[in-house]
Design a protein around this ligand. Structure first.
Ligand SMILES: Cc1cc2nc3c(=O)[nH]c(=O)nc-3n(C[C@H](O)[C@H](O)[C@H](O)COP(=O)(O)O)c2cc1C
Length: 345
């Protein structure tokens, strides 16, 4: 029903407009008595065989919703009813910011891809924290943190510190996002020295807490092998808990549309099917080079159960979807879980 009726209808409108409408609709319809139970019954797979423990956290299944979908922690509870094992909110910056001018998200249906240059549009830490304080749901929440556009890279650590401190009580794990292509210069923070400083500082804050929370690093798929080697070294050195691989790519490889159509969309990060191979390659490289010692959340172009299994076989312990959720609909979570369940038997 999603692919034959809902998706064609959604795709008549601008992606961001439909995102907002869907959020409003879901918020309202979940108030209808019995709706949540019904959705949970349809989409959830409560099989112990799917349970997994990664970086010290128990997940009911390994499939998460990637960052950017519920940036402001508005809908994680309702979204969890669709069967996700975890939901990553954010990227949140300390202060609210509007992001780039619209339109800033573009669909490429023939390639099952999206290009976005959102630019960390979000309502800021305070509002998200207030929502998360009211969290009654059981779902594992990850907090993806970034820096405000106006904060120069020299002061970026302060923004990430603010994110860590504000979200500490309301999320189960953290993701340090230095890999979005849509905030000018942000990815320079993936370089060895600034990255080491940033992660070391967050680890100091973490160790001052009675219970430390896992900190992961989200990386771009556009890094060279040498840069990936540096990342592995830094992960071991700073003893952070894992890597999220990967964010969107600045490459336009794998697209079948014309150069003119690509140019018309402009700058931004490409996600979905065209990203799949590269993100799996990065996961495999990190896993092999680190002797499987670094937990990896695999994300990028997962559209089917087969894609998910490829990521897990390449070395991911958990996976996330974003673009696949748009193209395949909520059934994607159940489909993947069902396949994993079969394999566990
Ligand atoms: C519209 C859009 C917004 C996104 N916003 C964020 C974000 O705020 N923070 C982040 O870490 N990743 C963000 N991402 C990247 C996704 O979390 C994910 O890493 C990427 O899209 C690859 O996965 P996919 O191919 O399943 O979409 C965004 C992706 C899209 C398509």
């Amino acid at each position: 029903m999603y692919k034959s009726i809902i998706r064609p209808l959604f795709f008549l409108f601008q992606p961001e407009f439909i995102h907002k409408i869907t959020f409003t609709f879901l918020k309202i319809i979940f108030f209808v008595p019995g709706f949540r139970v019904l959705i949970s019954k349809i989409y959830n797979k409560n099989n112990k065989a799917l349970n997994c423990t990664v970086f010290g956290i128990d997940f009911k299944n390994p499939i998460g919703l990637a960052a950017g979908f519920d940036k402001n922690a508005e809908l994680y509870d309702e979204l969890s009813a669709f069967g996700f094992g975890f939901i990553e909110i954010g990227t949140l910056t300390p202060e609210p910011q509007p992001g780039n001018p619209t339109p800033r998200v573009f669909r490429i249906p023939v390639d099952k891809g999206l290009i976005n240059r959102m630019g960390f549009n979000n309502e800021g830490l305070k509002r998200a924290v207030n929502r998360l304080k009211k969290n009654r749901s059981q779902v594992i929440i990850g907090g993806n943190i970034g820096k405000n556009k106006i904060t120069p890279n020299e002061d970026a650590i302060l923004d990430y510190e603010k994110g860590f401190i504000a979200l500490y009580d309301v999320v189960e794990y953290f993701v340090v996002n230095v890999s979005s292509p849509n905030t000018p210069n942000l990815r320079a923070l993936q370089e060895k020295d600034p990255l080491k400083k940033l992660l070391s500082r967050l680890q100091v804050l973490n160790s001052e807490k009675v219970i430390r929370k896992p900190i992961l690093l989200k990386i771009a798929p556009d890094l060279t092998n040498e840069q990936l080697d540096d990342i592995i070294e830094i992960v071991f050195e700073t003893k952070i808990d894992g890597i999220v691989a990967t964010n969107t790519t600045i490459s336009r490889e794998g697209l079948s549309i014309s150069e003119a159509e690509i140019d018309k969309m402009g700058t931004g990060g490409l996600s979905g099917s065209p990203l799949k191979e590269r993100s799996t390659e990065v996961i495999r490289y990190l896993s092999q080079k680190s002797d499987k010692k670094i937990p990896i959340i695999g994300v990028g172009g997962i559209m089917t159960a087969k894609d998910a299994i490829e990521k897990l076989e390449a070395g991911a312990s958990l996976i996330q979807v974003y673009t696949g959720f748009i193209y395949e609909g909520p059934g994607i979570v159940k489909n993947i879980n069902q396949e994993l369940e079969k394999r566990a038997l």
